[in-house]
Design a binder for this molecule. Structure first.
Ligand SMILES: [Zn+2]
Length: 338
């Protein structure tokens, strides 16, 4: 007979005491031994599959790390019970490709993308807490950003604690597929810590999340997302990402999460959420000039000048849509003659 131990429903908040060092497990806060208690930000299977171990990554403070050096402190219990099973499931999902990713519950994808995001975030935070480093973005001093990370971590605790989200999903999750013609990059990742967007490309699948918007950006972009459910050229994927990044930048509210009072024998926690938007809109007004900058940034590889991106001030350049508003089918990108 298996013994049924009641699940541990105690929540942990690393932000309460700024516990981001290698002395505390990132999921439960228990003491860790830096020499042995860690998990990679990018799992071993990812590093092997995409040859990442020897590749380098540039962080916000301009420091360069190898992928394999990016570690999150994690106790043996959390590693074997929560992180490794999740990674094993993701490795299997990746083997199945697009269909596998599409079949996955959004919550699982949220937790997996959230884990990598959080790993990068704590690496950046630790660098900032180092008195010898002058951060470019003093995250820890920015109250709003701090609240955002804290809110994210409340929902991210679902990786360890059984939590049901009542009538909401914490994040916007997008799954895109690339067309083979000019898709030459097997692995790619990008993120933005301030807006909490994380994106990763695995072969012909692009996963993207805005991790703390209660799914509102996905709602707002549902038509664009529906139209993007076809094999896309990388320049179209980049445009879609620019839209998400810019929408996340305009997203101005921080959801509050409330844990329902527990009753004896509860096997999980239930979260309710509330978004206080009385003080202003949920989104700041969309400005084509700013959106065009986001586009230009995401289109770096194609070196499109800003003047080309915004030659029409009312209609930024698009590869997802034709001028008549119909989805644009493209296989090969042909630059405009100068
Ligand atoms: Zn732990």
């Amino acid at each position: 007979m298996p013994t049924t131990t009641p699940p541990d429903l105690t929540l942990y908040d690393p932000f309460a005491q700024m516990q981001f060092g290698d002395q505390h497990c990132f999921l439960c806060g228990s003491s860790t031994d830096p020499a042995i208690d860690s998990v990679p930000v990018f799992a071993d299977w990812l590093q092997e599959r995409y040859g990442l171990a020897e590749r380098q990554i540039l962080l916000l403070d301009q420091s360069i790390h190898f992928y394999k050096e990016l570690l999150i402190p994690c106790c043996a219990r959390c590693r074997t019970q929560y992180v490794e099973p999740l990674e094993a499931q993701m490795e299997e999902t990746n083997r199945l490709g697009l269909k596998g990713w599409q079949a996955l519950p959004e919550k699982t994808l949220f937790l997996w993308l959230g884990k990598m995001f959080y790993g990068i975030l704590t690496t950046e935070l630790l660098t900032e807490l180092d008195p010898l480093v002058k951060p470019r973005y003093p995250l820890a001093e920015n109250a709003q950003m701090f609240r955002r990370f804290q809110a994210f971590f409340q929902t991210f605790q679902a990786l360890r604690v059984p939590i049901e989200f009542e009538d909401f999903t914490p994040a916007s999750i997008f799954i895109l597929k690339t067309a083979p013609y000019e898709d030459t990059i097997a692995f790619e990742y990008d993120d933005d810590l301030t807006t909490m967007v994380f994106s990763i490309k695995l072969d012909n699948v692009v996963l993207m999340a805005c991790l703390m918007d209660n799914g509102i950006i996905q709602q707002a972009m549902r038509q664009v997302y529906a139209d993007a459910q076809r094999p896309l050229h990388p320049i179209q994927v980049a445009e879609f990402k620019a839209r998400v990044y810019y929408a996340a930048y305009l997203f101005g509210v921080i959801p509050d999460y409330f844990v329902r009072p527990q009753r004896p024998g509860d096997q999980h926690l239930t979260y309710d959420t509330l978004i206080d938007d009385v003080t202003g809109g949920i989104f700041a007004p969309w400005l084509n000039s700013a959106y065009a900058q986001s586009l230009q940034e995401m289109w770096k590889r194609w070196q499109l000048p800003y003047t080309a991106v915004l030659s029409d001030a009312d209609e930024p350049l698009s590869f997802l849509y034709q001028p008549d508003g119909k989805p644009y089918e493209m296989t090969i990108y042909t630059p405009e003659p100068e």
